[in-house]
Design a protein around this ligand. Structure first.
Ligand SMILES: C[S@@+](CC[C@H](N)C(=O)[O-])C[C@H]1O[C@@H](n2cnc3c(N)ncnc32)[C@H](O)[C@@H]1O
Length: 257
């Protein structure tokens, strides 16, 4: 039933942001790695959030905190998209008119994932979100899907790295197939693995923040993977930064004797 509903959301709305396959990949990764805290930057119409929340529901625990200022929802193309919606939810969603929080709440409730998702209707500020007390125990997974410019990538990593759990993942949509973003990611991850912190990460930061970042970088290993989509469209990749504690065996793994 849950998968049927998620599939229906994927079919009716997944194509808008090209996340038809990514939502399934994120669902699988959430099922496998069982994160407790997931942060999504850019909710859109809620498709990727619903799939990740569905995986958390099946895991029996975990919450995804998703953020969006509703700018696309209330734009001309966003309004046209909702007007032309097809599928079981179309009529009830159209009745919501311009009420973005109500739209998202309805989507999550209909899918049955509302207990595993917190939707925040606000402007995305990396530092402010990363510092939220709800994340004091560490963030296990970040999915950034609203801006993949080189400046945004640096600001995201500077704010979130010190707040990540020991084993964690950061996904940045579309960054791997934009030349400057790709080069920025390669250079930053290379520097971090040599225990070097790019200057942009520590600019205007307190001594305490810099210390936290330094400790995190020293105890971690970073792996960068470019997940490419064999699809000729404007945004066809996702960058995946996997963070692991420096150790000789994967910490989360259980080996058979
Ligand atoms: C690509 S969509 C997210 C799609 C969604 N993750 C999915 O695949 O189902 C990006 C969203 O980011 C939001 N957005 C763009 N700039 C923003 C900002 N500065 N603060 C908050 N939200 C923003 C837009 O309103 C849009 O809904």
């Amino acid at each position: 039933m849950l998968l049927e509903k998620l599939s229906s959301l994927r079919e009716s709305m997944g194509w808008v942001y090209g996340s038809e396959d990514l939502c399934v990949l994120l669902y699988s990764l959430v099922k496998r790695t069982r994160p407790r805290i997931v942060v999504e930057l850019g909710t859109g119409f809620g498709v990727t959030a619903a799939w990740m929340a569905g995986a958390l529901r099946e895991n029996g625990s975990g919450v995804i905190h998703t953020y969006d200022n509703g700018s696309h929802f209330s734009s001309e193309p966003g309004i046209r998209f909702v007007e032309g919606l097809q599928g079981p939810l179309a009529d009830s969603l159209r009745e919501m008119g311009q009420d973005y929080p109500a739209f998202l709440q309805h989507v999550f409730q209909w899918a049955g994932v509302e207990n595993h998702v917190v939707a925040n209707w606000q402007e995305i500020g990396f530092a402010e979100i990363a510092q939220a007390p709800a994340f004091d125990g560490g963030i296990d997974m970040v999915f950034s899907d609203f801006n993949h410019s080189q400046d945004s990538i640096q600001a995201l990593l500077a704010a979130f790295l010190p707040r990540m759990a020991e084993s964690a993942s950061i996904f940045i949509d579309s960054a791997s197939t934009q030349r400057l973003s790709y080069l920025t990611l390669e250079a930053v991850v290379d520097a971090l693995n040599q225990n070097k912190i790019p200057r942009a990460f520590i600019k205007d930061r307190s001594e305490q923040d810099i210390d936290a970042l330094l400790r995190m970088v020293q105890r971690s290993r970073f792996r960068l993977m470019h997940l490419l989509e064999a699809c000729d469209r404007a945004q066809n990749s996702t960058a995946w930064i996997s963070i692991e504690p420096v150790d000789v065996i994967p910490t989360a793994a259980t080996f058979l004797h």
